[in-house]
Design a protein around this ligand. Structure first.
Ligand SMILES: NC(=O)c1ccc[n+]([C@@H]2O[C@H](COP(=O)([O-])OP(=O)(O)OC[C@H]3O[C@@H](n4cnc5c(N)ncnc54)[C@H](OP(=O)(O)O)[C@@H]3O)[C@@H](O)[C@H]2O)c1
Length: 293
């Protein structure tokens, strides 16, 4: 038996397999397109001709492909399912909390120890001491995979037996990062529209962002606790600033959709009586389905 099987050798899967090989783990690999395994086989990995052969050859199996639909295409076959009993199966492909929970229910039925993991890093960061993987699901499965996961990500954490937890945290953290990045890109647009050098904005932003972490934590806490009374800038004040920003990009003949989208949420919160409250009160608007959804 090999120490580990890696199914899926795209950018991330190949980085996982290479790091495990470098760390000295006996590694079996499989990928739909076999040529993507050439470099890894050259570096000492064992090639499996089929997904079920890889599953049968290792005690712990990591899956890292596009999504759950791709995973199902090679795991939910009679041949693959017959190899799963007793295996620790770690799903590292991105998905939703519901998909993770359904994946665990299916794997439980096969007698496998199912863990859902979220990789919070780029391929080049795999193997780092600070690199984070969060995992949830079958505790025995996690314990068996833990030495491998720690070799991939020094900051590996087990969140609990509910398989959906890792994906839920991953989605929430990605939302924070992408929301910030979208705001930054729109900031460049506002520089262009307002006549401020965007390169200088990029320089200034670094220092400006150092205070964002603490502010973001305070907003998240208030939203989670439902107490919006404490604020230094009321929601109605922010709402006005956004309307001005939308105006600036419109006047420059550019898109105002980012500022308009955000200001629409703020307007709804003001209309719902949160004008004097902290920005965290936006959660009250978002908890209801959108009118067009
Ligand atoms: N890249 C990152 O920075 C990053 C970070 C965190 C998490 N992730 C997650 O890691 C997963 C893989 O990402 P990636 O960057 O490695 O993507 P990628 O480079 O595009 O590779 C995709 C992989 O999925 C396989 N695949 C797709 N459809 C398949 C199917 N129907 N049957 C079998 N295999 C199939 C591909 O096989 P072929 O080679 O045959 O096409 C390939 O191995 C994703 O869920 C992604 O969200 C990636």
């Amino acid at each position: 038996m090999a120490d580990v099987g890696v199914l899926g050798l795209g950018d991330m899967g190949a980085a996982l397999a290479q790091t495990l090989l470098t760390a000295g783990f006996d590694t079996v690999v499989w990928n739909r397109t076999s040529s993507r395994a050439d470099a890894l086989v050259g570096a000492g990995a064992h090639w499996a001709d089929t997904a079920e052969a890889a599953l049968g050859a290792a005690d712990v199996v990591l899956v890292c492909v596009d999504d759950y639909a791709a995973t199902d295409s090679f795991l939910k076959t009679p041949q693959a399912e017959s190899t799963l009993r007793g295996r620790a199966l770690v799903q590292l492909s991105s998905g939703s909390p519901r998909q993770a929970r359904e994946g665990k229910a299916w794997a439980d039925g096969m007698g496998a120890h199912y863990v859902d993991g979220a990789i919070m890093a780029f391929p080049s960061e795999i193997g780092g001491r600070e690199t984070t993987i969060v995992a949830s699901g079958d505790e025995t499965g996690f314990q068996r995979a833990e030495p491998l996961l720690r070799a991939l990500a020094g900051n590996t954490a087990y969140l609990g037996s509910d398989a959906g937890l890792a994906s839920a945290l991953d989605q929430a953290l990605i939302s924070g990062v992408l929301g910030t990045i979208l705001g930054v890109v729109n900031g460049v647009l506002l520089c262009e529209a307002g006549g401020f050098p965007a390169a200088q904005y990029a320089e200034i932003l670094g220092g400006f962002m150092t205070t964002l972490g603490a502010q973001a934590q305070a907003v998240a806490r208030r939203a989670a606790e439902g107490d919006y009374r404490e604020t230094q800038a009321a929601l109605r004040t922010w709402a006005r600033a956004l309307e001005h920003a939308a105006e600036t990009t419109r006047e420059a003949g550019a898109s105002d959709e980012v500022a308009r989208f955000i200001s629409g949420l703020f307007r709804r919160a003001v209309e719902a009586g949160h004008g004097d409250h902290d920005i965290a009160a936006l959660i009250e608007v978002l908890r209801k389905p959108a009118a067009d959804g």
